[in-house]
Design a protein around this ligand. Structure first.
Ligand code: NAI
Length: 308
């Protein structure tokens, strides 16, 4: 099956690389607006095929969407990333125009495509794709929770001084520094609640470090991260192409779930061949419900800046 990745920059190229390395897709088409850039990234990646042992064909194009025709999944990473000190929300002006154009081109050539939205502010960009693409809501998925949950697990393992594979945890709500909701009450180490091992102070530290995980990396790197975002996207693409029916927190259009409607927010969902197969409603504590509602309010305000 064919996968299109729009934006051959840091995140787009990283996700194309992870998809190819796992060898589950027949073809990955990279699209970029910068002349020759996607072609160059594709050629460089293809020259790793014999070294890394994959058969996925990677091609690149400068804006010729006819090459993307018949894609099962398209990933939108096109747009600008934040610089140190910037919030994801500050990117809306430029990225909304790009995401809207790219979506129209993708749907024109792959009318049944499943779109994974990565460009920031991601919850608002996913909402924009819902409002402009005409695709059914199970075919539009925002990537945030998969990455933020991986960052949560990294911080949990660090605090617990244990291997990452021993811990489990999930981040829901908004993909923003203030709106992320790491579900400490549900996080476990080998099946035992982490709250039994970590002091309240350590729990608060892990939550805060998770929420500012992206900003911490932006400060260190001078631009936003790409390895973990690329890997997170590849897991979502694989869940769709291989029909894993895997539970992954994603930014989805809500219709009453978690008390919210007409908004894209991070919630756990079963991801399989049809895209979003089911939104999973887990029980939240009163404090988590309150934080979810506060995050929704903030995302709604950013959505208000969209012009369709
Ligand atoms: P980048 O600058 O390395 O790559 C973006 C690419 O998009 C560039 O190559 C650029 O030429 C291309 N582009 C711009 N306009 C285009 C258009 N109209 N059509 C096709 N290509 C176009 O940026 P990076 O680091 O890859 O980040 C991409 C986006 O992903 C940013 O908005 C960033 O904030 C977001 N991001 C989201 C994450 C998430 O968890 N949802 C995680 C990391 C980044």
């Amino acid at each position: 099956m064919k996968v299109t990745v729009v934006g051959a920059g840091a995140v787009g190229a990283s996700c194309a690389e992870y998809i190819a390395m796992k060898d589950f897709a027949a073809e990955v088409v990279l699209v970029d607006i910068k002349e020759g850039f996607a072609e160059g990234k594709a050629m460089d990646l293809m020259q790793t095929a014999s070294l890394n042992g994959f058969d996925t064909k990677i091609t690149g194009t400068t804006g010729d969407y006819s090459k993307t025709a018949g894609s099962k999944v398209a990933v939108i990473t096109s747009g600008i990333p934040r610089k140190p000190g910037m919030t994801r929300e500050e990117l809306i002006g430029i990225n909304a125009g790009i995401v809207k154009d790219v979506t129209a081109n993708l749907v024109k050539h792959s009318p049944n495509v499943i779109i994974i939205v990565v460009s920031n502010p991601m919850d608002t960009m996913a909402y924009l794709v819902h409002k402009t693409s005409g695709l059914p809501k199970n075919q539009i998925i925002g990537m945030g929770g998969a990455l933020d949950s991986a960052r949560f697990k990294y911080r949990l393992a660090e605090a617990l001084e244990c291997p990452i594979s021993d811990v489990d945890g999930m981040v829901i709500a908004a993909h923003s520094d203030t709106g992320m909701l790491p579900l400490m009450s549900k996080a476990t180490r080998n099946g035992v609640p982490v709250t039994e091992f970590l002091s309240a102070e350590k729990q608060a530290f892990v939550e805060e470090e998770t929420k500012v995980g992206g900003a911490t990396l932006t400060k260190l790197l001078g631009t936003s991260a790409w390895y973990a975002p690329g890997a997170a996207v590849s897991v979502m693409v694989q869940a769709i192409l291989c029909d894993h029916k895997k539970m992954i927190p994603c930014s989805l259009m809500l219709d009453g779930e978690y008390g919210e409607s007409d908004i894209c927010l991070g919630v756990p969902a079963i991801i399989g061949a049809n895209g979003v197969e089911k939104i999973v409603e887990i029980s939240l504590t009163d404090s988590e419900k309150e934080k979810f509602a506060t995050a929704a309010k903030a995302v709604r305000e950013v959505n208000g800046d969209l012009k369709f």
